[in-house]
Design a protein around this ligand. Structure first.
Ligand SMILES: *Cc1c(COP(=O)(O)O)cnc(C)c1O
Length: 541
């Protein structure tokens, strides 16, 4: 890949609000392309297929012994993967890693994602050999400490949510939703009540309706009020004998608490249905409110959000599901059972015992051990008071952002009071032709990962900003200053904003084309065969 030719952004014309134009003024030197494509210490890195060679490898392998094949000519003759020497390999991946933005580099304001600092203590604990160097098929008496970690974490998740049981094995939030709905379906089937509809608010995360549809339910929307909450009257009017469950997010995806949650739950239960709560936003209320008190029957907890375990490029998710008394018997296998002196992983159903009503199994083994260890470390190192402060500080930081920006960015729900852990803005008031994407791209130039864009759908051109509790006031002030200046440029219609990002290694990409027609294969562009010559095997794209 070579760097595309860059054109300097046009100098900005109107400058009513005092922002500094980011393009150099006429007469100043314009950055010329470099010979290497590198820019200062930002290094370009081609694909492995472009720099690797088929005859090269970082390790010495003995020539294979001649063996008589028994595959009848069906064996593969080499896989044509390019190789690099060890130092080249180290550089290739180190250069790629430096092109990542990460929470360890700067503020990561992705709303709904809770990109919070992962304390290094978590990593230290997860790397203890007794947790990291074990195997799921090892005899259980040799992994008692690991089983105890799962059991203790299960205890604290139940305690923090005020629920009756927990399924630990789901691997992420969406997987937890599937687990919760399968519990609900099993409970309904057990009472011979095959209901077909799941109600989902308009503002829901896309995984909610997707999960319900995947489970075979028909999905219907519940409208939102002007204040961004579930319309209780509309919900009550729709409840009936065909409704299996309501999937509701609290705090919701507009960053608002649903104050009528208990009334919602009571109405849903009175209609014979169950309440599924999307717990992805639990960070805002952890240690302060218990979903069990609000009438929730099932809720997934994203350990990788609320309990700080790394996610995105940083690690796998983990989505345990807490369950009410009505649903706990249907939880999936396996689960950890504590007896007098030892812990046991119960793998199979036994009649008339715990687990006998289980709907089955969701994963091969027990879930994400590394994430369990990190989450338990986080919970124990914070304690009850520390976790309540996490919630309080996350709400404080989001409200500081909301109130510092509401005069330059339209904040559609700010009239209804404070937000929870994330602040939402719309693109109302931007100059003709300017939208949320222009703000997001300009944030890249300012050195910030963009916020969540165009979600939830109930807000036009939504910008959902979640700073998290671990950002200092100084960090927030810098982010606010950047966003204020960009918002003013969007309102003034600064044409240079349309060219952003101008400082990033890549300019604006055609994201629609990339999503619709992704190029997933490598085609050797060198017709003279001077490159690896692997094109024929990887070609097509
Ligand atoms: C993150 C998120 C999910 C999905 O969780 P994953 O772990 O990414 O599968 C669901 N709902 C909401 C509101 C979320 O923010």
């Amino acid at each position: 890949m070579t760097a595309e030719t860059e054109t300097a952004a046009k100098p900005a014309s109107p400058n009513p609000s005092g922002w500094r134009p980011s393009a150099p003024a006429t007469g100043e030197p314009v950055a010329a392309p470099t010979v290497t494509g590198n820019r200062a210490l930002m290094l370009e890195e081609p694909l492995l297929f472009e720099i690797g060679r088929r005859d090269q490898t970082g390790i010495d392998l003995e020539p294979a012994k001649a063996v008589a094949t028994r595959l009848g000519g069906l064996e593969r003759n080499g896989v044509d993967l390019p190789g690099l020497s060890e130092p080249e390999t180290v550089r290739h991946y180190t250069r790629l890693s430096r092109q990542n933005y990460a929470i360890d580099l700067g503020l990561f304001p992705l709303g709904s994602c809770t990109m919070k600092h992962n304390p290094r203590l978590n990593e230290k604990m997860a790397r203890l050999p007794g947790f990291s160097d074990i195997h799921p098929l090892q005899p259980q008496e040799t992994v008692q400490g690991a089983l105890e970690v799962i059991d203790r974490l299960a205890f604290w998740l139940i305690e923090l949510t005020g629920m009756q049981g927990v399924a630990m094995s789901p691997k992420a939030g969406a997987h937890g939703e599937l687990c919760g709905l399968l519990c609900i379906r099993a409970a309904l089937e057990a009472r011979g009540d095959p209901r077909q509809v799941v109600l989902v608010p308009e503002s829901a995360h896309g995984t909610n309706p997707a999960t319900a549809a995947f489970c075979g339910y028909r999905v219907e929307n519940i409208p939102a009020t002007k204040a961004g909450r579930v319309d209780l009257e509309a919900l009550k009017a729709r409840l009936g004998p065909d409704v299996a469950a309501v999937m509701i997010t609290n705090p919701n995806t507009c960053g608002l608490f649903e104050p009528q949650m208990k009334e919602i739950s009571d109405a849903v239960h009175a209609a014979g249905a169950f309440v599924y709560c999307d717990g992805a936003n639990f960070n805002a209320i952890v240690g302060k409110a218990k979903p069990g008190d609000l009438g929730v029957d099932a809720m997934h907890i994203n350990l990788h959000k609320t309990f700080s375990t790394p996610h995105g490029g940083g690690g796998p998710g983990s989505g345990p599901v807490v369950l009410s008394e009505a649903l706990a018997p249907f939880a999936p296998l396996p689960f950890v059972q504590k007896s007098d002196r030892s812990y046991k992983m119960v793998e199979e159903e036994t009649a008339h015992e715990q687990g006998s009503d289980s709907f089955g199994r969701m994963v091969a083994f027990h879930g994400q051990m590394g994430m369990f260890t990190r989450a338990l470390t986080y919970i124990l190192s914070h304690g009850a008071d520390g976790l309540a402060q996490v919630a309080g500080d996350s709400v404080l930081n989001a409200n500081y952002l909301l109130r510092s920006l509401e005069d330059v960015l339209d904040a559609p729900f700010a009239f209804s009071g404070p937000c929870m852990h994330e602040a939402i803005f719309s693109d109302k008031g931007f100059a003709e032709g300017f939208s949320t994407i222009d703000v997001a791209k300009a944030l890249i130039d300012e050195g910030f990962h963009p916020m969540t864009m165009y979600f939830p759908l109930v807000v036009h051109g939504a910008m959902l900003v979640e700073p998290t509790e671990t950002e200092s006031k100084a960090n927030l002030d810098q982010f606010i200053a950047a966003l204020r200046s960009i918002a003013e440029r969007a309102k003034a219609g600064d044409p240079a904003l349309k060219a952003a990002p101008i400082h990033a290694p890549r300019r604006r990409l055609d994201e629609t084309l990339a999503a619709r027609k992704p190029v997933l294969t490598y085609n050797n562009p060198a017709p003279d065969g001077s490159s690896t010559g692997l094109g024929a095997h990887f070609g097509g794209g």
